[in-house]
Design a protein around this ligand. Structure first.
Ligand code: ZN
Length: 114
């Protein structure tokens, strides 16, 4: 990415996902952060809290809807996207019909890179 002026702090859109062992997305959220440490607090932590709240409220089942993996096996994963702002990322996020597609759309370009 050389089409942007350099900045001291490189803010990026980060995506946090709650995944079963087969990588089916239980829940996902996105937000801007300048570092992985910031993203853990700003994006991953709220998702963990939200998943707990949804489980308590019965909004989601304590197993994967697709493969039935129980919640004890779920993992949280944090990924940096190529987008710098939520405004930039939103069209890609909204185009995605489900969170699997969202993940591919947003993270697809970065996972294969060294
Ligand atoms: Zn699953």
């Amino acid at each position: 990415m050389s089409d942007r002026p350099p900045t001291n702090v490189m803010r990026r859109v980060w995506i946090a996902q709650c995944l079963c062992p087969a990588r089916h997305a239980i829940a996902a959220t996105a937000g801007e952060a300048a570092s992985e440490a910031e993203a853990v607090g700003a994006v991953e932590r709220p998702l963990r809290i939200e998943v707990e709240a949804m489980l308590r409220a019965g909004t989601i089942d304590p197993w994967c809807d697709i493969c039935r993996a129980p919640r004890a096996l779920w993992a949280f994963e944090l990924g940096r996207t190529k987008f710098t702002t939520m405004a930039e990322a939103r069209p890609a996020l909204e185009r995605s019909a489900d969170e699997q597609a969202l993940t591919r759309a947003v993270l697809g370009g970065s996972q294969g890179r060294a």
